[in-house]
Design a protein around this ligand. Sequence first.
Ligand SMILES: [Zn+2]
Length: 67
Amino acid sequence: MTEVTEAAVCSAKGCQEPATWELQWNNPKLHTPDRRKVWLACDRHRQSLADFLGARQFLKDVVPHRP
Ligand SMILES: [Zn+2]
């Protein structure tokens, strides 16, 4: 089997689903305030990843991922 596309996949551990969401976050201890780190998420993991970042007050934005 050959890989024809480099589809972005979900950042959740062990998940190979195509990403449909971008979680944009910032750790103020490590990053300047305008810096954005991005985690990609599928529909199934968007909430748990957002909860993880939200609990640490790192989460800035969740936007649809456009390949
Ligand atoms: Zn996933």
